[in-house]
Structure formats: C-alpha cells, structure tokens
Write a protein that binds this ligand. Structure first.
Ligand code: NAP
Length: 331
C-alpha cells in the first residue's frame, strides 16, 4: 500500500493500493486497467477510506507562451502548480490570472472544479483543455463550450465516469493589463503591474486562510449557496447585515462562511477537526484527525446551518471512498 498523506492537503493518513507518477502521455498509455483515481496534488479532496485501486498523480510539466494578435496563448502542462504558473506569467508581465494567486493545486485540476477567487474563474480564460481518455486509450480536446463551466463545476466534474486525464490546458490572456477589482480588499486600489495585484491577493489570502503546508485543509469545504430573491429578502429582514450577491440568473449568492459563523460554528473543534478562526468555511485538521472526524464536523455544520437558516450546504470538496468518488448524502 502507498501512503497518500502527501497527496491530500487535509494530511489524512490514508493509503492506496498503488501510486503512479504521470510525467507524459506516454506514461498514460502504459497505465494498467482496473480502478484508477486521478489526482493533482489532492488539494480539493477528502478521502474517507484507503483507496482500493491505483492513484495516478499528474506531473506533466511544460509551458509554452505564444503571441496571438492582442492576446497570449498559454499552453501549460496539467501537472504544473497553478500558483507556480501564475508566478511565472507575472514575472513575464503577462496578466489575467493574478486573482487566482495562492490557490493550491495543479493546472490540470483547475478546470475540473472551475476554480475561482476574487471575482474570476479559470473557465473565463480557458481556450481549450487537452486530455487522455483512459478508457478509449486516445487523446482528445474540448473547447471552452464543451467544458461546460459553471460555479465550481465543469463537464469533467459532472462526468467522472469518463476518466479523462487532463494533460494540458490552453489559456487565452489579453496583453492589456485589466485588473479585476470588484472584491473587498481590491476596490479603490491602483495596481500598476500584475505583480502588485498578485502580491495583494496573496496578502489577503494569508490573512484569512490557513497554509495547507502547516495546517491540513482543503480550502472552502462548502459551496456558497444560491437562493431565490424572496428567500434572500426574508433573510435580510431577520439578519440586516447578511451579505447578498445578486447573480445574473436571478438567484442571490450567500456567503457560506458567514452562515457558518452565524450558526455558531466558527473556530470550533470536534475531536481533532475544527473550523478556521478567520474563515469558518475552511475545515481544518487540527493534528492527526481521521476522515470520520472531518465528515462528522462537516455534517454537524450542515445541521446547524439548516436549523438556523433552512439552507442546505453542499460540499465543494470531492469525496473519495475505497472504490472511488462517493456522494455526500451517502455518508
Ligand atoms: P469573503 O471576502 O469573506 O467573502 C465571502 C464570500 O462572499 C466569498 O466566498 C465570495 O463568493 C462572496 N463575495 C465577496 N465579495 C464579493 C463580491 N464583491 N461579489 C461577489 N461575491 C462576493 O471571502 P474569502 O473567504 O476572503 O475569500 C475570498 C475569495 O477567495 C473568494 O472569491 C473565495 O471564493 C476565494 N477562495 C477560493 C477558494 C477555493 O478553493 N477555490 C478557497 C478559499 C477562498 P465567491 O466564493 O463566489 O467568490
């Protein structure tokens, strides 16, 4: 059995039958049949058990920058760290990804979850995603539309049965520096370079979020719920300070962290799991936690938020058991 502690940012002591580092498409062609699980760096996953199969770790590197009219086309290997890519681009004065700075995880994992922060999502700049289909044993590619990007969602997340291993993504970034400054901590600031914006994002995240290298966690544990305007107005009458973010589709986004905090679940500890003191949306391993302690705390939070607001929180992290991905409701 292979230890997976270094491949899940919760730092849980779980194992897999086998683990293969994938450095190229050639490596993928040699992957044996049977149950496999594709991982970047495991920064958005919760293992509830030892995995009875082979874990494939994406370590495909490589970066190509092409000029294309007013844009740059960036081809980045799926195994690169997303933050490393952003650092590299910013050093070349290429902008467009700064708001995603310091998000843990790989380039290949980013489109699956359509990772987002500070008013931008990776899907907004994806030109195409290249993959290797482990069942059909051939390479393929999706354009942006085929990726079906949504809020922390994509075709890849909706169809885990397809077993598509993302080998490379191509991003289209405009040459002009157009900082996105709609979020608190950015509004009203003047950033002259992508580097300055990146530094500010990193500073904002450091203030609120635990460093997974020091405290095991998987970032936001739950998604921000979207409710009807009527429900949002009802909540506003009872909680005048509730943050409401109206969406283009007519729904209203609520901040899950705010709901968890108001439900009395910020900085609490259950066994060896807890919630982070400056962002209740982050569940942390306080040291030596087992998977069931993380799940028990998360279920407790769901109940408390439900009792207080009649809203059901859903996890953003993906959950894997002995035989693969499991649904939250089955736990
Ligand atoms: P925050 O500022 O405390 O805000 C709480 C929530 O309200 C955020 O989740 C955000 O939704 C929403 N929000 C805040 N300002 C908004 C605005 N101007 N317009 C629309 N929605 C707004 O959040 P935080 O914990 O410090 O996080 C800051 C950013 O980092 C957020 O975008 C968050 O999603 C992101 N983040 C991402 C991950 C990840 O795993 N992808 C982990 C941690 C934090 P959104 O989440 O929809 O932006």
């Amino acid at each position: 059995m292979q230890d997976l502690s270094a491949y899940n940012s919760f730092g849980l002591h779980v194992r897999a039958e086998d683990l293969i580092m994938i450095h190229s498409v050639e490596d993928l062609k040699k992957v044996p049949g049977g149950q496999v699980l594709i991982l970047g760096r495991g920064s958005d996953v919760l293992f509830t058990d030892d995995y009875q199969g082979t874990v494939l770790v994406n370590d495909i590197r490589g970066l190509q920058v092409e000029e294309c009219g007013d844009d740059y086309l960036i081809k980045a290997g799926g195994g690169l760290l997303l933050d490393g890519l952003i650092e590299d681009l910013v050093a070349r004065n290429i902008s467009g990804l700064e708001n995603l700075s310091a998000i843990p995880g790989t380039v290949g994992a980013a489109p699956i979850q359509n990772v987002g922060a500070y008013g931008m999502e990776i899907g907004q700049v994806v030109e195409s995603v290249t993959f290797y289909d482990l069942d059909r044993r051939c390479a393929g590619s999706f354009d942006k539309e085929q990726c079906e990007f949504g809020y922390r969602n994509s075709y890849f997340k909706k169809h885990p049965e397809r077993r598509l291993f993302i080998t490379e993504i191509t991003l289209r970034l405009t040459r002009e520096f157009k900082p996105k400054l709609s979020y608190h901590g950015l509004e009203g600031h003047i950033f002259e370079t992508p580097y300055q914006l990146r530094e500010q994002i990193i500073a904002l995240r450091r203030k609120k979020l635990p460093d997974p290298k020091k405290v095991g966690n998987a970032g936001s544990f739950f998604k921000n719920p979207q409710v009807s305007t009527e429900k949002a107005q009802d909540l506003k009458k009872i909680y005048p300070d509730i943050p409401l973010y109206p969406q283009a589709d007519g729904t209203v986004k609520l901040a899950a962290g705010w709901l968890i905090d108001k439900a009395g679940c910020r900085n609490i500890t259950h066994g060896r799991a807890g919630t982070w003191e400056s962002q209740a949306l982050v569940i942390v391993n306080r040291g030596g936690a087992c998977p069931h302690e993380i799940v028990a705390l998360a279920k407790y939070i769901v109940c408390e938020v439900m009792n207080r607001f009649s809203i059901i929180l859903e996890p953003e992290v993906r959950i894997y058991g002995a035989r693969g991905e499991v649904s939250w409701n089955s736990l």
